[in-house]
Ligand binder design. Structure first.
Ligand SMILES: Cc1ncc(COP(=O)(O)O)c(C=O)c1O
Length: 199
């Protein structure tokens, strides 16, 4: 019996999501499974294929603030959009956002923070990464880290709006390396042909 991703979720809401460890998961599920298969007289294996559980928190998507716009809400516009991370726009997934260059204690006081909506640079109203989040005061040039982006990030990404994809850097303790280089506009065009009648 294969339950796919299974019940082992990802604590996207770091403070409030109760997420079982693999052992807690097995302790909760296996007795019920073993009882069930015994009662119907079959002996299937129990399989899980955890994807997000293994990968989601491996990756941080780093974006830079292009502008801050104050209207009925405060919008923090960053340079990463749904071409890089489709999940929030596609099915309203939750990703914590952190102002990566303002993580000191002076920025942690709630009374100095503001509720903002973090949006991408794409020409669609749905290009929203995070709704109504409490963040320290943000200005253009700041770095916004979007957490838990290791699953369904690159694999669901696109070059929509002719936007080349970003580089990916792997960090291993004190080592770091370019795992995937950034794309350029040339990468976007390189599979295109000019047809004879266009010359
Ligand atoms: C059959 C199967 N296995 C594994 C997965 C991985 O699930 P997740 O990445 O949510 O853990 C999926 C996701 O849809 C799936 O359909």
């Amino acid at each position: 019996m294969d339950v796919g991703g299974g019940l082992g979720g990802v604590p996207y809401h770091r403070d409030t999501d109760p997420v079982p460890t693999p052992a807690e998961y097995a302790d909760a599920v296996m007795p019920v499974f073993l009882d069930g298969i015994k009662s119907i007289g079959i002996r299937p294996e129990f399989w899980v294929e955890p994807g997000r559980y293994l990968l989601a928190d491996s990756t941080v998507l780093l974006s830079r603030v292009n502008s801050v716009k104050r209207s009925h809400k405060t919008f923090v516009n960053v340079d990463a959009g749904f071409n890089l991370l489709l999940r929030p726009a596609m099915y309203d997934s939750y990703h914590e956002v952190v102002v990566a260059n303002k993580t000191g204690p002076e920025n942690a006081k709630e009374e100095t923070q503001n509720v903002v909506t973090v949006t991408g640079p794409i020409c669609e109203t749905g290009d929203i990464i995070a709704h109504d989040r409490l963040l320290p005061p943000v200005a253009s040039g700041d770095l916004i880290a979007i957490l838990d982006t290791g699953a369904y990030g690159y694999s669901m990404s696109s070059q929509y709006n002719s936007r080349p994809r970003c580089a990916e850097v792997m960090v291993n303790n004190s080592q770091e390396g370019l795992m995937r280089r950034a794309e350029s506009i040339i990468d976007i065009k390189q599979t295109m042909n000019t047809l004879p009648w266009q010359k």
